[in-house]
Ligand binder design. Structure first.
Ligand SMILES: [Zn+2]
Length: 137
């Protein structure tokens, strides 16, 4: 009987979950799969350049788990690039560490990472507000 696998915290779900090489019809195309939690590990470690220690803290897993997730994800990406395979992002043991809040100005619902100081406005209203500040009368 195995231990229940620990859930990994993810701050962002991928907007795009399928990548394919150009000019190759989908059928006959091989795929590699990266799970959502593995992609999150890549986002934090490779893109935001956090240390594996920090990634482990953010995702609430052990450091060796982060090392394993990154190794698997890197291998899948390399496989896709080297062999011209498609990449599908799906599945994994993860929980979304984000809350849906409603914008105080336009009422538009938006998703923000949990546990941060949340601005009362959505990114769109914040942008407009920021532009308005530029023009002083
Ligand atoms: Zn708004």
């Amino acid at each position: 009987m195995g231990r229940p696998r620990k859930c990994r915290w993810v701050e962002m779900e991928p907007g795009i979950t399928f990548f394919k090489p150009q000019g190759i019809p989908l059928r006959g195309l091989q795929q590699t799969v990266i799970s959502v939690d593995e992609l999150e590990a890549m986002r934090l470690a490779d893109f935001l350049e956090l240390t594996q220690e920090e990634v482990a803290k953010r995702m609430q897993v052990s450091r060796p788990t982060v090392t394993r997730m990154l190794a698997r994800a890197h291998r899948a990406v390399a496989d896709a690039l080297v062999h011209g395979k498609a990449i599908r992002i799906e599945g994994g043991d993860y929980r979304l560490n984000a809350v849906q809040i409603q914008c105080g100005a336009c009422g538009h619902p938006w998703v923000a990472p949990e546990g941060k100081d949340l601005p009362p406005l959505c990114t769109e209203c914040m942008r407009q507000e920021g532009e308005g500040e530029g023009e002083k009368e």
